[in-house]
Design a protein around this ligand. Sequence first.
Ligand SMILES: Cc1cc2nc3c(=O)[nH]c(=O)nc-3n(C[C@H](O)[C@H](O)[C@H](O)COP(=O)(O)OP(=O)(O)OC[C@H]3O[C@@H](n4cnc5c(N)ncnc54)[C@H](O)[C@@H]3O)c2cc1C
Length: 482
Amino acid sequence: MESTQNGVSRREAMAIAASGVAVAGFAGGASAKEPGRRTDVVIVGAGFAGLTAARELRRAGRSVVVLEADDRVGGRTKAATLAGETIDIGGQWVGPTQTHLLALAKDYGVRVVPQYADGENIIDIAGRMARYRGETPGLADEDLAEFGAAVAALDGMASRIAAPRAWLADEAAAWDAQTVESWLLLNVKGEPSRALFRALARGVFSCDAGEISFLYFLSYLASAGGLEALIATRGGAQDSLFAGSVWQIASKMAAELGDAVVLGAPVSRIEQDDAGVTVVTGRGSWRATRVIVTAPPALASRIAYAPPLPARRDGLTQRMPLGCVIKVALAYDRAFWREMGLSGLVISDKTEFGPWFDRGTPLTKGGALVGFFDGAPAQRWADRTPAERRTRVLEDLARYFGEAARHPVDYVEEVWTLSPYHRGGYVSVPGPGVLTGFGSALLEPVGRIHWAGTETADAWVGYIDGAIRSGERVASEVAPLL
Ligand SMILES: Cc1cc2nc3c(=O)[nH]c(=O)nc-3n(C[C@H](O)[C@H](O)[C@H](O)COP(=O)(O)OP(=O)(O)OC[C@H]3O[C@@H](n4cnc5c(N)ncnc54)[C@H](O)[C@@H]3O)c2cc1C
């Protein structure tokens, strides 16, 4: 097999360039002593963080190798085909303050299109169903007043945190001793407001309010610029999506890196010594001056380290699980909900499936919806069959959109929770006590090992934009050390 500079065959490089999804055979057992397997920096993970770090270091004149466990690039972004259209079955939306992702999309000529938000939204929370327009949730007046006061209080507390270093806030210990649920029970009296917060927490974190450290929740708000920015469509994190998928940006970045990206190469061990670092995979080893790990903590914990990691770093990786999520997209011969005056957005605590949104773009023929099983419903449904999940999704959709919802022309889903190299999504979610006890290990390098990934971002933690920012940050951290 012909090997190129970094020990990857021409065939593999071309496969990456063509689609980003193919893995060719690789000469197993190859040694880090081979010249092609020496590089300035090895990057673990070809998600947006890893690809950005590689791009930046290359631009700074450094050699890189990106080792990716999966058989494709993109990490928590992934393309799928729905009724002939390429869509995102992982990360999908972008908001106006997510400037690093928007800049990357521009660089690679990928078109941003507004999320469809005309018509009325549906809210079905705490036994009351209503239709409403715009971004202000359709609660009864007194509940809305309480909800608004709670949002203002949360944003006020969040403004005292500099993400991701939430453990440095003056009130960190008190906030980290609570969960979002315990804060709600003490500070929000009305059941409708509580129920809406629970649904929003599920929609944003893919886990339940009782699982989320209140300090982490506030830090997340701080990193996004407030709760409204997280939950809004217009002007918020769901403002726009990408014609033909955001994943294609990752694919184009990988194509540019060519044979420096190695797929199907799960890193099993990282060994450090005085002179450098050896990174071991099932497809052989690479030798480098520094290594950047972009896998989220729960995945980084599956790598063996020699010498072992400091106790605090190892403890952190045991305590940051990912949320549980199943993403589903459906195509219809027409967007009948638009004809009913509906936007497609439904927030409900009555259904297993939800929230859901219209996901039409100018490329969509007919209509399309996208939605999620988040948190406890994702746990309940991950081990069921695709046919069972489909039946449940259609039942839930029919509750609000009528019989027409039972007849999609196409259905695709991704059970992120069962994906061995991702273990869930959208983001890692620490419970109480973790950030104050172990948080300082999130970004602190361990010898020649540096950490990146959306979980380490200073803005838009949990989002693609945060992943890109973390890739840029770690590249500037590592470059002067080479
Ligand atoms: C269903 C879903 C919907 C989402 N929606 C949005 C959205 O609309 N907008 C938004 O901005 N964000 C969204 N997100 C979140 C967003 O996708 C992530 O924040 C972002 O992609 C994370 O990028 P990353 O590079 O930090 O990590 P990842 O993408 O997780 O990349 C880490 C990579 O490391 C690899 N890896 C793990 N272990 C190893 C190993 N041992 N050896 C080698 N490689 C390894 C993994 O395979 C992965 O490719 C969503 C996520 C999901 C799952």
